[in-house]
Design a protein around this ligand. Structure first.
Ligand code: FAD
Ligand code: NAD
Length: 481
């Protein structure tokens, strides 16, 4: 498209969908000199999800974990075009992406098509609800920045409503009951943050209703945090007990209404009993589901027939059944868990792949020209010189072409569990030594690990300042303006 920033018709157009862990890691390492790069995402920032639970209570301000996309693309060698839009359809045959602007302010054009030579699908996943009635209408999720802001508002709203004049005791109890569904790391970390907020701040602000504040975590399986070792699962469950967070395992939510959830509890003898649990705030954290645009693409490709969790890809992250379409992160189905660690390593891998594809193309062009020159050459000496040069370039070409397939290197799992404690299963030296730790030292490690991971210097300083502010002055309840 001629209106695209710095469009060069001699270069391939690479379209990147999404601005999350996968796509941004790719973009950061990509040599944009070699392609016409277009990024399409409804979110004009990168979100550092590991610290999202801390935003629900104001321990960290939301801006501190958002990195503007424009800051990232501004520093690239060649201009990168960004469209704030959602990809609504990927047409694999016509090689175009249909995009729509769903933002509040729309121009006369809010739907169009973007053609691509190469496409990277990094649109992440959406929240799984398993079709359970009432979840979308009544529960809060914890995936995007607005989810954390909504939770923060609702926690305070529950508290203020519970202190409303003449509120009955039963209603106070309901309003102050915070229920979390899903004992994966999202649910666990949120429960820990909620506990801290209550113990460090709320208890002082509203001592009259403090004894009614209750947190319950509901998990369908027999234990929480299935990806952690047994010792750390036990440590987490014990810490939660000390923190007065009730963990209800073998309890599956079946229905949600505006004030209560209906659960089915599997008892020790295997019997199942139904129960109604009233709540004031309900946070739903039961993992990932495939996005509509990804499901549609899968439907176009017979090779994706048996894939359920997302786009099936080969060892080089090429979407099965396509040419020139790659996928990474939570929207792809691989043997790895859908984590930021995996998505970012896949992004780095694809950057290497695209950079070496461009070098390959450049060398192949040179080889073609050298060969033409050799054919036209008359002198034997000139021919021999060109042959030597062709052989030399051919050797470096085959070296570049030997890019090994994507391999994930697991650095470990880390989760905050409240009261200045964290659990960590860490792999040291590429998995040669692994250790499982829990406690306050782990918490310090958790903090320093995250601070050093938060991408830009700006974000590092903002996060550190937020932590210091919270320690010195506590959180505030001014988030409802
Ligand atoms: P995302 O980061 O979700 O990015 C998807 C991008 O695609 C977004 O920019 C989105 O706006 C965009 N998009 C969506 N739809 C479209 C569309 N139709 N067209 C174009 N763009 C679209 N993992 C860890 O390893 N460690 C952790 O500590 C950790 N903590 C977490 C805490 C929380 C609260 C959550 C929710 C997740 C956490 N994860 C963690 C998991 C991690 O965040 C995900 O695995 C990771 O974000 C996946 O990266 P991604 O690039 O595939 O998707
Ligand atoms: P998850 O898939 O890890 O856990 C969801 C849990 O919800 C499961 O244990 C499941 O049994 C339970 N569940 C499902 N339906 C239920 C129902 N009806 N009633 C009760 N329980 C039900 O989801 P998550 O915690 O959102 O994590 C998603 C991904 O993000 C994972 O890969 C995770 O590793 C990653 N993540 C990592 C971190 C970290 O490393 N600190 C933090 C957050 C997320």
């Amino acid at each position: 498209p001629p209106e695209q920033l710095g469009f060069d018709p001699t270069k391939k157009t690479l379209v990147i969908l999404g601005s999350g862990w996968g796509s941004i890691s790719l973009l950061k390492k990509l040599d944009t000199e070699n392609y016409n790069v277009i990024v399409i995402s409804p979110r004009n920032f990168f979100l550092f999800t590991p610290l999202l639970p801390s935003c629900t209570t104001g321990t960290i301000e939301h801006r501190s974990i958002m990195e503007p996309l424009r800051h990232i693309i501004r520093h690239k060698k060649r201009a990168v075009q960004y469209y704030e839009a959602e990809a609504t359809k990927i047409d694999a045959e016509r090689r175009v992406v249909k995009i729509s602007d769903f933002s509040d302010i729309k121009g006369t054009v809010s739907e169009t098509e973007v053609p691509f030579d190469y496409l990277v699908v990094g649109v992440g996943a959406e929240n799984a609800t398993f079709g359970i009635p009432g979840v979308r209408e009544h529960a809060c999720f914890l995936k995007e920045i607005q989810d954390a802001q909504q939770i923060r508002k609702k926690v305070m709203d529950c508290i203020e409503t519970a202190t409303f004049k003449d509120q009955t005791e039963e209603e106070k109890e309901r309003l102050l009951h915070m229920v979390i569904v899903g004992g994966g790391p999202t649910g666990i970390e949120f429960a820990g943050e909620l506990h801290d907020f209550f113990e460090e701040d709320l208890r002082k602000w509203v001592p009259d209703i403090a004894d009614k504040f209750k947190v319950t975590l509901v998990e369908a399986l027999p234990n929480v945090l299935p990806m952690f070792s047994k010792a750390l699962i036990e440590y987490t469950e014990k810490t939660f007990k000390d923190e007065n967070i009730q963990v209800r395992t073998k309890t599956m939510v079946k229905k949600v209404t505006d004030r209560s959830i209906e659960v089915e509890v599997t008892q020790a003898d295997g019997n199942k009993v139904k129960e109604t649990v009233p709540y004031g705030l309900l946070v739903w954290a039961t993992g990932n589901a495939v996005r509509g645009v990804v499901r549609d693409l899968m439907g176009q490709l017979p090779a994706q027939k048996n894939s359920r969790r997302g786009l099936a890809v080969n060892d080089y992250l090429v979407v099965d059944g396509t040419e020139g379409i790659w996928s990474l992160g939570d929207c792809s189905a691989t043997k790895y868990a859908p984590t930021a660690q995996v998505a970012s390593q896949q992004g780095n891998f694809l950057a290497r792949l695209f950079n070496s594809m461009a070098r390959t193309q450049a060398i192949e062009n040179e080889l073609y020209q050298l060969d033409q020159m050799r054919q036209a050459a008359t002198g034997e000496e000139e021919k021999a010189r060109l042959t030597a040069e062709i052989e030399h370039k051919g050797r470096s070409l085959s070296k570049i072409k030997q890019l090994s397939p994507f391999e994930y290197s697991h650095q470990g799992s880390l989760a905050y569990i409240g009261a200045d404690r964290a659990v960590a299963d860490i792999n040291w030296f590429g998995g040669v030594i692994s250790s499982a730790t829990g406690g306050e030292l782990t918490y310090l490690f958790w903090r320093s690990a995250y601070v050093s991971m938060v991408f830009s210097l700006r974000n590092r300083i903002l996060v550190l300042t937020d932590w210091l502010k919270t320690k010195a002055f506590g959180r505030d309840d001014l988030n409802r303006i």
